[in-house]
Design a binder for this molecule. Structure first.
Ligand SMILES: Nc1ncnc2c1ncn2[C@@H]1O[C@H](COP(=O)(O)OP(=O)(O)O)[C@@H](O)[C@H]1O
Ligand SMILES: [Mg+2]
Length: 490
């Protein structure tokens, strides 16, 4: 199944494609001044990917409701429902994988934020069996994740910001992929922006936004001037789903349009003075010069809308695992497995005797615990388990954490059975804690013999990994020259 979509053309007129599968895993951030063409761009992406992935649009301006004219999106008018109903719809959407547009047009800013937060939280809190991949588009995202406090109450701002942070920072595991657009990067909370790896930067006037856009695109400040001169509908794109180098893209046409079209200049009504006066002062309502009057549709009852959501055709209803899921699921599974490994190692080490048990038994125990945690397969083989267990005995549960890299580099030069006791010492040194006593080192080393522990320390010192100092009171501190750190004396 093809998962890439064409969003426009490059300078040479060649089609530019976005890989939707990759986009779901790596998220998207769009910036451009008002009128630069962000909503048009989002619409193009939504239209082209409508058949590939479930779509959820948070639409503060009611721009996207017309998607429903050509696609199967259900429109939810946020103003018609209370918070509980909105949350129920959020949950139902996850279950039925319905594409929807949540229009917040009729609400004031605080209500928009409250409604979006309730809705996003419901998407986020959906039960595991409903973690299907969905593209979550948020237009004018700076409203929902503002970088600074504004006119709205702190409670509302915090709720909205936390929902957006969950979406962007922790949503992927749950299948939620944020694609957010903002007029100004400087107004968007940094942690929310930081989670996107794909960027589309449109025309930007202010230096501070231009500088941030240039940083994200990895461009020199000098080159960044180009961002000021971009035409409407032109964007610089970069990221794993788009292009490895900044690429100039002219966004293509869309099939649907906003309800009102552009607010461009319209000819003034033709009426002479008298006519105009009679129109203005007439008792009865005189039919005015026709202008597009939107007929407000009757609100749909929450129950009925829930039924519509349930009835909307889910994508790939026939396929057990839609292909577009693969990357997201693989990433989610890996993340999940990582968390299980860490929790399992910690639980095993809670038993003080575990350090002295034979390795084969430990590995079997580990495998059973992983299966009980509902992992489909045991995420480590025996060799990988041996290493992770040693690191965990040394107090390092997540070796991917940057702060351990220095200590791990030294540990890796020692024999495998010394890794754990060495890390216990390194960790104490890094935390400025007292030197671990022989009992603790013994447990990490897997030995209760004081003689063996003494020889262990001698050996590590000969290797240059540690330097032992004893003060006159017989208290011991151990330095690690390569890290330039030392434990406290104990
Ligand atoms: N690539 C494009 N091709 C044609 N029209 C465009 C394009 N991009 C934007 N427009 C038009 O320009 C106007 C402003 O675009 P819009 O997407 O609403 O900007 P923004 O959301 O950044 O404020 C709209 O009328 C839109 O239809
Ligand atoms: Mg817009």
């Amino acid at each position: 199944m093809k998962t890439s979509i064409e969003i426009g053309t490059d300078a040479a007129g060649q089609g530019v494609r976005i890989d939707v599968q990759e986009l779901l895993a790596t998220r998207l951030l769009v910036q451009g001044n008002s009128g630069s063409g962000k909503s048009h761009l989002l619409r193009r992406i939504l239209e082209e990917s409508a058949a590939l992935v479930q779509q959820i649009v948070i639409d503060p301006e009611g721009d996207f409701v017309t998607l429903a004219d050509a696609f199967s999106h259900v429109v939810i008018n946020g103003g018609d429902y209370d918070e509980r109903e909105i949350a129920a719809m959020g949950a139902r959407i996850r279950e039925h994988r319905a594409s929807i547009v949540l229009s917040l047009e009729s609400l004031d800013i605080e209500a928009q934020m409250t409604c979006a937060a309730a809705f996003l939280n419901a998407l986020f809190d959906a039960p595991r069996e409903h973690w299907f991949p969905a593209l979550v588009v948020v237009d004018e995202a700076q409203m929902f994740a503002p970088s600074a406090s504004g006119d709205v109450s702190d409670t509302v701002r915090r709720a909205s910001l936390s929902a957006m942070t969950n979406l962007m920072c922790r949503g992927r595991k749950r299948g939620l992929a944020g694609a957010i657009a903002t007029q100004r990067l400087a107004k968007l909370a940094k942690n929310v922006a930081a989670e996107a790896s794909n960027f589309l930067m449109g025309r930007t006037f202010l230096d501070i936004d231009m500088a941030r856009a240039a940083d994200l695109l990895g461009m020199e400040r000098r080159q960044a001037e180009a961002i000021r001169d971009l035409e409407r509908g032109h964007f610089l794109g970069l990221g794993p789903a788009i292009s490895r180098r900044p690429l100039s893209i002219r966004i293509g046409a869309t099939r649907t349009a906003t309800r009102m079209g552009t607010h461009s200049l319209m000819p003034l009504p033709v009426a002479d003075g008298d006519d105009m006066r009679s129109m203005l002062f007439a008792e009865e309502e005189v039919p005015a010069v026709p202008c597009a009057v939107a007929v407000e549709p009757e609100p749909v009852a929450a129950g009925e809308l829930l039924e519509r959501i349930a009835a909307s055709e889910p994508l790939h209803a026939d396929a057990a695992a839609p292909p577009v899921l693969d990357i997201v699921e693989a990433a989610a599974e890996a993340e999940e497995a990582d968390a299980v490994v860490i929790a399992t190692l910690a639980a095993m080490l809670d038993d003080p005797d575990s350090a002295f048990q034979p390795e084969a038994m430990l590995f079997q125990d580990f495998s059973v615990r992983c299966r009980m945690a509902k992992l489909r397969k045991v995420p480590l083989d025996l060799a990988a388990f041996r290493r992770r267990f040693a690191l965990a005995k040394g107090g390092v549960f997540d070796p991917g954490e940057p702060r351990w890299q220095g200590a791990l580099a030294v540990a890796d030069r020692l024999p495998p059975d010394m890794v754990a006791p060495f890390l216990q010492i390194a960790r104490a040194a890094m935390e400025g804690a007292p030197c671990p006593d022989d009992e603790l080192l013994g447990r990490a080393y897997g030995s209760r013999s004081p003689g063996r522990i003494r020889r262990l320390i001698d050996y590590m010192e000969k290797q240059g990994a540690i330097v032992v100092r004893a003060d006159f009171g017989g208290r011991r501190s151990i330095g690690i020259p390569e890290l330039g750190l030392s434990t406290e004396a104990e």
